[in-house]
Design a binder for this molecule. Structure first.
Ligand code: TXA
Ligand code: MG
Length: 321
């Protein structure tokens, strides 16, 4: 893919490319997305093929505001409250598909629901605006690999693919959006992410139910146990590196020989922003096993621990990647 700096002219060019059926990777406040015109089956099909993503796993559709979202999905009162509080920002709402919504059925993987998100990153917002169409965008990594938080991560995963990469620097958040389903009685947390559970529960005035999915029938089809995986093995809840391991530390009490510290200060937002980049760096340095210190499970820590657990899970194929 061709890397372009994210200036006004290039964003306009990228918007035209999306409208015309091409692929464009772009920064969001969470991770880089790989965007395609969500209304055009051929474009979405190209996107699944480039990612190597199973077609039963639906895509998030990025739009400019609540009005645009309501042309694609049916947002009930709870969904609108969440949208008003957290959009633009790292929250994806899974809601019933609006009748006649101009979306390729590939985007929703044939489901009667759609995942909608209004990103806050200025480049993402300008691109959606310039495209003038709903933009389907999964994280811009090869399926199953660590999500990208910098343009060079995208370029590394898609060396041979055709399309553009808008380089907007590092993503400030570093973890994907929180995905909440509002399709039935209970509000269900399908994926912890950039908006902590407690903030959502405070707005809803109710607890979020947990997804009942498993590997055979995942609730958010993308939430297969093994995901976000670097090449190296991970050992969690480690307090030191054993022979043959490198230590990914967290907090001020890290041993001096740690290879990286997610946050010296023990700050969860800083740790979230560093996590995927550090996993990629340690991979590139040839680490065989990454020992990871415990991260508290509160606030953003829930999403960090979710990604670590998936990165540590047994891999589907022996030779991954
Ligand atoms: O932060 C993010 O959400 C990033 C940026 C690029 O926006 N995107 C992202 O997309 O993480 P992706 O495709 O990697 O993850 C989307 C998740 C998957 O687990 C997918 O199964 C779930 O959302 N999802 C999407 N539509 C859904 C639907 N209709 N029902 C249930 N789950 C859905
Ligand atoms: Mg992803």
């Amino acid at each position: 893919m061709q890397v372009l700096s994210a200036n006004t002219d290039n964003i306009r060019r990228a918007g035209r490319a999306i409208r015309g059926g091409g692929l464009v990777a772009f920064p969001t406040e969470t991770v880089y997305g790989l965007g395609a015109n969500a209304s055009v089956g051929r474009a979405v099909s190209r996107l699944y093929a480039a990612k190597g993503r199973p077609r039963f796993n639906p895509l998030i559709v990025h739009v400019s505001d609540l009005d645009a979202a309501q042309r694609l999905g049916v947002l009930d009162a709870r969904a609108r409250r969440l949208a008003e509080r957290f959009w633009p920002g790292p929250l994806t709402l899974v809601v019933p598909l609006a009748p006649g919504a101009p979306l390729s059925s590939l985007v929703t993987a044939g489901l009667h629901t759609v995942g909608l998100r209004v990103p806050s990153h200025p480049v993402a917002r300008a691109l959606v605006e310039a495209a003038g169409v709903p933009v389907a965008a999964p994280s811009a990594n090869r399926s199953g690999h660590v999500s990208p938080t910098a343009a060079e991560h995208v370029a590394a995963d898609f060396a041979d693919a055709e399309g553009l990469i808008l380089d907007g620097g590092r993503c400030p958040g570093g973890l994907e959006s929180t995905v909440v389903a509002l399709t039935g009685e209970a509000a269900v947390l399908l994926r912890p992410g950039g908006v902590p559970r407690a903030a959502i529960e405070a707005v809803l005035g109710e607890r979020l139910a947990s997804a009942q999915g498993d590997e055979v029938a995942p609730a958010a089809p993308g939430m297969l146990a093994s995901h976000y995986a670097p090449r190296a093995r991970l050992r969690l809840n480690a307090h030191e590196a054993r022979p043959g391991e490198v230590l990914l530390a967290f907090g001020p009490d890290a041993p001096p020989d740690a290879a990286r510290n997610l946050s010296d200060a023990g700050d969860l937002a800083e740790a979230a922003a560093n996590l995927f980049a550090y996993l990629r760096e340690l991979d590139a340095e040839g680490a065989e096993t990454i020992a990871v210190m415990p991260v508290p499970n509160e606030g953003l820590g829930e999403a960090i621990n979710d990604r670590l657990a998936r990165a540590a899970a047994p891999r589907p194929e022996a030779g991954w990647p």
